[in-house]
Design a binder for this molecule. Structure first.
Ligand code: FE2
Length: 187
């Protein structure tokens, strides 16, 4: 059974899921000025999804597998799109860390912590949407041009190996189920 896999097929699929979860987060943040106790627990689940799926599972494959492959094929890291993507991954980690650190205060009903949580959430949404757009339309287009078929097959095997691992004890399937739960809850 032939599948039309390119070096970015799996990553683009993951982008689609991450974008849906970002939309769900936006809906939660837009629900009202006050973040309720129940919302804080929902937001904690969003933070888990971003840490384990968006960062560990997805950015992990880009940083450890795709980007080095592209560098080896002449796409520069410094001063080029890979460097920009890496810097944005780091910026995203900063926003997720801020959200995570604000959770205890938000649970305790501290207004400053709630504000910090909402503000970091909005910053993360804005960053990731434009970041994914750049990856899909610039770097991934380059990747699909420069990675030949045999390297593509090897890369896809390596992606599958990462995807079959666990992320803080959770499988990719479980994290996708968490995403579905968050998307359903935020309708
Ligand atoms: Fe990505």
């Amino acid at each position: 059974m032939a599948e039309t896999n390119t070096p970015t097929t799996v990553l683009r699929e993951e982008h689609r899921l991450i974008l849906k979860v970002l939309d769900a987060l936006e809906r939660v943040l837009n629900e009202g000025s006050a973040v309720s106790a129940q919302n804080v627990e929902t937001l904690a689940k969003f933070v888990s999804f971003f840490r384990l799926f968006a960062d560990a599972c997805h950015h992990g494959k880009e940083e450890d597998l795709l980007f080095p492959e592209l560098e080896a094929r002449g796409i520069p890291r410094e001063g080029g799109p890979i460097g920009v993507m890496l810097a944005e991954h780091e910026q995203g980690r900063g926003f997720v860390r801020q959200m995570h650190e604000a959770l205890p205060g938000a649970r305790a009903g501290e207004a400053a912590a709630v504000d910090a949580l909402v503000s970091a959430g909005r910053d993360y949404i804005d960053l990731l949407r434009q970041h994914i757009d750049k990856e899909n339309n610039v770097l991934f287009m380059m990747a699909d041009r420069v990675v030949d078929e045999s390297s593509c097959a090897r890369l896809c095997g390596e992606y599958a190996h990462v995807c079959s691992g666990k992320f803080s004890g959770q499988t990719k399937d479980e994290l996708q189920e968490l995403a579905a739960e968050l998307i359903r809850a935020a309708v």
